[in-house]
Design a protein around this ligand. Structure first.
Ligand code: IMP
Length: 432
C-alpha cells in the first residue's frame, strides 16, 4: 500500500502516536493534514518519552521525511520550540521537515481569544479547548482574514494583515478582558517578531502539495497522520464540543492536496475503552471508581494540557459512526492492558432515547445529552497482558473481547497494543 491514512475513531487520545510510530517502519513520508499544536502524540522510544504537537510522529525514525500540510494551523513559536527540543534530544529535522507555504499561522491574539472565550464563557458554553488558538485561527481562515506561511515573507502583506487583525482584536479583547489589565498587542513588535520567526522557519517551508504528489508518483510510501479523533470533527462530531477542523480521513484531500483516490488504506485507531478531555456529551462516561481506575492505569492525562481525561466504556454506536465516515479498512486496538484488572467489561451497543432505541449518533445537542447507553457485559480476564506477543497467548476472555468488537463493529482488528513501549504490539494473523 502506498498511501495509508491513520485516524482516531473516538475523541482523540486513542494512542495514535504509538501506532503511527509502529506503522512508520518501511515508510518514507509521514504527513499531518489538520489540527495544530492542540495535538499531543506520545511515543516512547527505549524508555524516553516524546510528545509531539505539530511535527509528525514519523520524525523519530531517521530518514523519514515529515510534512505539515496546508490544512494544519501552524504556531511558529510552538513549532520552533519543538524543533529545538528534538534537536536537544538528538533528533535532527534538517532536510526532513517540510511545512506548507499554504498553512495558516497561529498568532498570540488567536490564543488570547481562545483563552478569553474559555474563561469568559457563560455556564454551559465552555468547550474545554486546549487554548492553543486553534478555533480563532481556523475562524480567520474561513473569514479570509488569516495569514498563511507564504505571507510571512511578504512584508507589505504581513504588515497590512497584522495591522487589521491586531487593531480588531485589541478592541475586542480590550473591551472584554477580565481580569485587568486588558489585552493589548503591539502590531509593530508582532511584525518584527514574526519576521524573525519566519526566517528561522525558512529552511522548512515548501510547496508541500508538489512534494507529496511527486513522492506518490515515484511510488514512495506515505503515512497520513490524523490528529484529534473523528468524534471531534467539526461537522460530524459532538458539535459544538469539537475541534475546529475536519478530522475525518477525507480531510486529507483539502488538508494536504491529495485527491480522494490517492488514499489506498485507512487505519482506525480505537482505544479499548473511551476517554474525552474537555466538555461535551459522553454517554458511556464513568465518573466514579471505574473511571478513576482507568485514568490511573491508563495514565489518562492530556498530553498537551495535563488535564485529567474523562473515562468510560467503549461506545460502539459512536465508533460505528466514525468507521463509516472514515471508511476504515482495519482497526488497531490500543491499551487493552488497561482493562487487565476489570471484572466485567461493558460495551455500549445502542442508545436509549426516552422509550426509543437508537443506533446512530443524534445531531441535536439535547438528544445527545439525553441518550442512555444500552450495555452488553463481557467477563474480564483479570490477568496481565503485559509481555504477551502473540494473539493466541492473550487470556481467553481478552481474545473474546477483541473478537466481539470485530463482530460488533464489522471491521478487522489487525494490531493490538498492550503497553506503552514501541515493541508492545501484537500483530494478528489473517483470519478466516
Ligand atoms: P481545541 O481543538 O483546542 O479548540 O479544543 C476543542 C476540543 O477538542 C476540546 O474538547 C479539546 O480537549 C479537544 N482536543 C483538541 N485536541 C485534542 C487532542 O489532540 N486530543 C484530545 N482532545 C483534543
Amino acid at each position: 500500500m502506498t498511501v495509508s491514512c491513520v485516524v482516531g475513531v473516538q475523541w482523540g487520545d486513542e494512542g495514535k502516536g504509538k501506532v503511527i510510530d509502529f506503522l512508520t517502519r518501511g515508510v518514507q513520508w509521514v504527513a499531518r493534514f489538520q489540527g495544530g499544536a492542540n495535538a499531543g502524540h506520545t511515543v516512547v522510544v527505549g524508555g524516553d518519552e516524546f510528545i509531539l504537537h505539530l511535527i509528525p510522529s514519523g520524525i523519530l525514525h531517521p530518514g523519514v521525511r515529515c510534512v505539515i500540510g496546508n490544512g494544519v494551523v501552524v504556531d511558529p513559536r510552538a513549532l520552533l520550540a519543538e524543533i529545538d527540543e528534538l534537536g536537544r534530544r538528538g533528533v535532527r529535522v534538517d532536510g526532513r521537515l517540510l511545512v506548507s507555504d499554504r498553512a495558516h499561522v497561529v498568532f498570540p491574539y488567536h490564543k488570547a481569544m481562545d483563552s478569553l472565550a474559555e474563561s469568559g464563557a457563560g455556564e454551559g458554553q465552555r468547550l474545554g479547548t486546549t487554548r492553543r488558538g486553534i478555533g480563532p485561527a481556523y475562524a480567520d481562515k474561513a473569514r479570509r482574514t488569516g495569514v498563511r506561511v507564504a505571507d510571512l515573507y511578504d512584508r507589505p502583506v504581513l504588515e497590512a494583515c497584522l495591522r487589521f487583525n491586531v487593531r480588531e482584536r485589541n478592541a475586542l479583547l480590550g473591551s472584554l478582558a477580565d481580569p485587568r489589565p486588558p489585552y493589548h498587542e503591539d502590531p509593530d513588535a508582532l511584525l518584527e517578531e514574526y519576521r524573525g520567526l519566519a526566517e528561522a522557519l525558512r529552511p522548512y517551508v515548501a510547496d508541500t502539495v508538489a512534494e507529496v504528489h511527486a513522492a506518490v508518483e515515484r511510488g514512495e510510501t506515505v503515512l497520513l497522520e490524523g490528529a484529534q479523533g473523528t468524534l471531534l470533527d467539526i461537522d460530524y462530531g459532538t458539535y459544538p464540543y469539537v475541534t475546529s477542523s475536519n478530522t475525518v480521513a477525507g480531510a486529507v484531500c483539502t488538508g494536504l492536496g491529495l485527491p480522494p483516490r490517492a488514499i489506498d488504506r485507512v487505519v482506525g485507531v480505537l482505544k479499548a475503552y473511551s476517554t474525552r478531555v474537555g466538555e461535551g456529551p459522553f454517554p458511556t462516561e464513568e465518573p466514579g471508581g471505574l473511571g478513576e481506575h482507568l485514568r490511573a492505569r491508563g495514565g489518562e492525562y492530556g498530553a498537551t494540557t495535563g488535564r485529567p481525561r474523562r473515562c468510560g466504556w467503549l461506545d460502539a454506536v459512536s465508533v460505528r459512526h466514525a468507521l463509516r465516515l472514515d471508511g476504515v479498512d482495519e482497526l488497531v486496538l490500543t491499551k487493552l492492558d488497561v482493562l487487565d484488572e476489570v471484572e466485567t467489561v461493558r460495551v455500549c451497543t445502542a442508545y436509549r432515547l426516552g422509550d426509543r432505541r437508537v443506533d446512530h449518533v443524534p445531531a441535536a445537542r439535547s438528544d445527545l445529552a439525553a441518550v442512555v447507553p444500552v450495555y452488553e457485559d463481557l467477563p474480564g480476564w483479570r490477568a496481565t497482558t503485559d509481555g504477551v506477543e502473540r494473539f493466541e497467548d492473550l487470556p481467553r476472555e481478552a481474545r473474546s473481547y477483541v473478537d466481539f468488537l470485530e463482530r460488533l463493529l464489522g471491521c478487522p482488528i489487525g494490531l493490538i497494543s498492550v503497553g506503552r513501549r514501541r515493541d508492545q504490539v501484537i500483530v494478528r494473523g489473517a483470519r478466516d
